[in-house]
Design a protein around this ligand. Structure first.
Ligand code: AMP
Ligand code: MG
Length: 382
């Protein structure tokens, strides 16, 4: 599958994608030394001994001094030749002779055997995402089966009495469920397989049933957005605790946004209670869930989100005690400087802030804000 993750234990090429030197141009295969010093005013004269058809091995053609052979892009270089002169730099003199107006350096316009992948050298490493180009490379090597990691199955549940599906018309007091769509999309991006289990009411029994269903499906990860705080109508924690064998690892993390986040495990399944606010749900997803999926896929989790160094376009206030993730928009850095980051202010329920922003600027926990011009780290949205 495209964007599966390879699980190569070895990753060594045992064969080459192209096992012959071939031409990168239409023209004439030559011995480069025969063209040395050739110019418009003093062309080299070469005898044409034959032509090399596409897909042919030029078995009996071997160039001796002063000889050339007609060749096309991808054609196999005949023995004796070490360069190709582009057709444009030649002119016919008669049926068997050409003039060459330009010297060809050794290996000019030649793709060497094994140049793409050399025998014995690694091509893909364990943990590589198989994008179309990796799959093309494997096809070129004739490798049609590779071992890949299973994509983690991620159950996505939204909870809230006020939520209605996105194709429904909300009555006063109701809102459409955004998080199911956002989180399922993010799961896909991370390399997981989302399963949307829909909306459940703020009812412990309904939520318990939905989470149990996720476990029955052998979900690797369960995401519940909404109800993760300590309010009277917040049941996620209680439901997680009610599931047999659950260990709650954290309820409340010192980050902003995203404080009311629950991390728990039930056997081999990771349970996440994410805040309902659209932007908080995304931030906590990126920090915890994306990281875990990256880990499960065998990729380097440190590389799970791209980070870049930026300069603060203005002061970023922050209170010590919580790590802050400020939504920021990046401008091109001037004079080769790193980009400058501008805050996108807005409440954590506003998903539009995530559309205006490029990533999250990190203010460490024990730092009381950043000064204008100070360098900082930004986690880029995937
Ligand atoms: P909660 O975390 O349940 O206290 O919800 C916090 C806020 O997020 C409330 O305003 C909810 O209406 C809103 N919210 C919760 N779940 C969703 C969702 N799936 N889509 C959009 N907004 C939500
Ligand atoms: Mg709620």
């Amino acid at each position: 599958l495209p964007s599966s993750v390879s699980n190569f234990a070895f990753g060594m090429v045992i064969k080459e994608s192209t096992c012959f030197d071939n031409s990168a141009m239409d023209g004439f295969a030559v011995r480069s030394q025969d063209t040395f010093g050739a110019s418009e005013s003093q062309p080299a004269l070469l005898d044409v001994t034959g032509k090399i058809g596409m897909g042919d091995m030029p078995g009996d053609i071997e160039l001796s001094m002063g000889q050339a052979a007609r060749i096309w892009t991808g054609g196999c270089l005949p023995r004796g030749s070490d360069a190709v002169v582009m057709l444009e730099y030649t002119a016919p003199v008669d049926n068997n002779t050409i003039e060459v107006f330009r010297a060809a350096a050794p290996l000019e316009n030649v793709i060497e055997r094994g140049e793409d992948c050399r025998r014995g050298s690694p091509v893909l490493y364990s943990g590589t995402v198989l994008r179309p180009q990796e799959l093309g490379l494997l096809a070129g090597l004739g490798i049609t089966r590779v071992q890949v990691r299973r994509r983690p199955l991620v159950a996505v549940i939204s909870t809230g009495d006020e939520l209605v599906p996105e194709d429904a018309s909300p009555a006063p007091g109701q809102i459409r469920d955004m998080n199911s769509t956002t989180l399922a999309g993010l799961v896909e991006k991370s390399g997981g397989r989302p399963v949307r289990l829909g909306i459940v009411d703020d009812s412990p029994d309904a939520m318990f049933a939905a989470c149990s269903r996720a476990l029955e499906m052998n979900a690797d990860i369960v995401l519940v957005s909404g109800g993760s705080s300590v309010g009277r109508r917040d049941f996620t924690l209680r439901v997680f605790e009610r599931m047999e064998g659950t260990e709650v690892l954290a309820h409340g993390v010192s980050i902003r946004p995203g404080k009311p986040t629950i991390l728990a495990r039930c056997g081999n399944t990771a349970l996440f209670g994410l805040p309902g606010h659209a932007a908080s749900a995304v931030v906590t997803y990126l920090l915890f869930v994306h990281y875990l999926i990256t880990l499960l896929l065998g990729r380097d989790p440190e590389l799970s989100l791209k980070t870049i160094c930026v300069r603060c376009s203005q002061p970023f206030p922050s209170s010590a005690g919580r790590e802050e993730f400020v939504r920021v928009r990046l401008d091109d850095g001037q004079h080769g400087c790193c980009p400058s980051a501008k805050p996108v202010y807005g409440k954590s329920g506003l998903i539009s802030t995530l559309i205006k922003a490029d990533g999250l600027l990190v203010i460490p926990r024990d730092v009381e804000g950043l000064h204008q011009g100070e360098e900082a780290e930004v986690l880029l949205f995937p």
